[in-house]
Design a protein around this ligand. Structure first.
Ligand SMILES: [Zn+2]
Length: 219
């Protein structure tokens, strides 16, 4: 049975109405925000977040256009170097953010109920996963960390196991960023600070990784 056409059209019509409202709001005066941003951007922070529709960094962190430079990929993963080009999309954005725009903070922001992390956990356990080839390739980035989390915390894919994997993968992404010498050089010279955050969709809480211990604590 076909999907109801009207709901599809409502979805698209809603987006077009949204852009009209945005235009009315943000382009009204000569000194309005968006016309000024047409001259350039100077974001205060960069964030690597998940593609999940529930994780909208601008809404969650209360930023305005131009504040936050965002790259969104499934499970907010940063691959290690030399992964047959898998890393190019994320790293090209990181290069723009840190080398071209000189953004001083980079946050890897994971979240609860992450379907991408569950895919990686199930792949690591040998359970059936999606037939989508690119997704399976991407999930392999997370597999070594998932195997370690499973070895430590058990093979049942529970909320607790998923949370351990979600948080562990944030730390792995930070380490994979640091595997790029130019990025570590920025950090060593005090030009860049890396942050690991985990957002709980159920409660709205943000948990922050301690830079030394890697333990996550409620902010
Ligand atoms: Zn996710």
């Amino acid at each position: 049975m076909n999907k109801p056409v009207s709901s599809d059209q409502d979805g698209i019509a809603g987006l077009l109405q949204g852009v009209r409202s945005f235009r009315n709001r943000e382009y009204g005066d000569s000194d309005a925000l968006m016309p000024r941003l047409a001259g350039g951007q100077q974001p205060k922070a960069m964030m690597i977040a998940c593609a999940d529709s529930r994780i909208d960094p601008a809404l969650i962190f209360g930023t305005r256009p131009g504040d936050l430079f965002v790259v969104r990929v499934v499970a907010n993963l940063v691959p290690p170097p030399d992964t047959d080009g898998l890393e190019s999309a994320v790293l090209s954005a990181v290069e723009v953010g840190l080398q071209t725009l000189n953004i001083p903070h980079l946050i890897v922001c994971g979240h609860s109920q992450c379907a991408g992390v569950r895919t990686a956990l199930n792949a690591a356990l040998g359970n059936p996963v999606s037939d989508a080839q690119a997704l399976r390739d991407w999930a392999r980035v997370a597999e070594p960390a998932c195997c370690e989390v499973i070895a430590e915390h058990g093979e049942r894919v529970t909320e607790n196991l998923a949370r351990k994997a979600e948080q562990r993968l944030i730390l792995d992404s930070l380490e994979n960023l640091r595997a790029r010498p130019w990025l570590t050089d920025l950090e060593t010279r005090g030009k860049l600070t890396l942050h690991g955050w985990w957002f709980d969709i159920g409660t709205g809480d943000i948990w922050i990784a301690d830079p030394k211990s890697g333990k996550f604590a409620l902010a």
